[in-house]
Design a protein around this ligand. Structure first.
Ligand code: GUN
Length: 287
């Protein structure tokens, strides 16, 4: 039987609409619009597309977009000075630096400089620590977007065997924490993992974010498993594919995300959600 499709595009559109309505309510009550600063250093083509999409989503949701595109030769000190300025600006509620950054920029120092209350990517060690101690405030957008999608299946995560493939700071590690906090039993796999096909074959839920086209084979998937594909890869023939062999996997899975139109749109919608929370909620206790 063919899997049900987890339509990220539709779920994200619903979330964005609810955010837009909340912003309208807040503005009608005299509050300011959420302000999001997306900083792009250099001209990485994929990052340019992501940043453009974030900008459009911001405008549609009624946010103030205060994005900054900086030339590739911008120094570390200049990026830090810009972050200091945005940290101090009361009209800016969220700050993200699009990754990857050029080689001469140290991303860790940049991430740590962002005020944790404005860290809408959830990458600051303060926010990672909050998540790891089951007191999350700002959750990284892609894994949290995956959690929103999973809630739409109506399947409880408690006690499920979950396998996360890929252990990046952006996807795999925060995904592990999110699933653990929902009481799933989580195995995280990476490039040094032995017997990956066997590990995947045991999973009730598989989340893959490795950036390698169709690396997880459809025949590894346990019949009835939920498959979440975070990857998006362009092949030489121009096709976009995920990190999972979709055509075979969809014949075994119970639910599966498509690529494109699966996890991707959820990342941006969750970024808006985090920025709105940063703008209107007073639950950040980092200071
Ligand atoms: N590069 C790829 N994904 C992300 C993300 O979620 N946030 C940032 N800042 N950079 C990224």
């Amino acid at each position: 039987m063919s899997a049900q499709i987890l339509d990220g595009k539709a779920i994200a559109a619903e979330l964005r609409e609810s955010i837009r309505q909340e912003v309208d309510r807040q503005v009608a009550a005299g509050n300011s619009r959420p302000g999001l600063a997306v900083i792009l250093v250099g001209e990485d083509p994929a990052s340019q597309v992501y940043v453009r999409n974030k900008k459009i989503a911001c405008e549609k949701a009624g946010f103030n977009d205060v994005s900054e595109v900086l030339p590739a030769e911008t120094t570390q000190e200049e990026v830090l000075a810009l972050i200091d300025k945005l940290n101090a600006d009361p009209e800016v509620h969220g700050i993200i630096v699009q990754l990857p950054v050029p080689d001469h920029i140290d991303p860790e120092e940049i991430i740590e400089r962002i005020d944790p209350c404005k860290d809408v990517d959830g990458f600051h060690p303060y926010n990672v620590g909050r998540m790891a101690t089951r007191m999350p405030i700002m959750a990284p957008c892609t894994p949290h977007g995956v959690m929103t999608m999973l809630s739409k299946t109506g399947i409880g995560l408690r006690g499920l065997d979950a396998v996360v493939v890929g252990a990046s700071n952006i996807v795999g590690v925060p995904q592990l924490l999110e699933l653990l906090n929902e009481r799933a039993t989580v195995t995280i796999c990476h490039s040094a993992t032995k017997n990956l096909p066997e590990k995947v074959a045991q999973a009730d839920l598989v989340v893959v974010g490795v950036g390698i086209p169709e690396m997880v084979k459809g025949e590894w998937i346990k019949p009835g498993a939920i498959v979440i594909d975070v990857g998006i890869n362009r092949l030489e023939d121009g096709r976009l594919v995920g990190d999972v062999e979709f055509e075979v996997a969809k014949e075994r899975a119970s639910w599966i995300t498509p690529v494109p139109g699966g996890v991707g749109p959820m990342t941006i919608a969750t970024l808006l959600e985090n920025t709105m929370k940063a703008a209107y909620k007073l639950d950040c206790k980092s200071k």
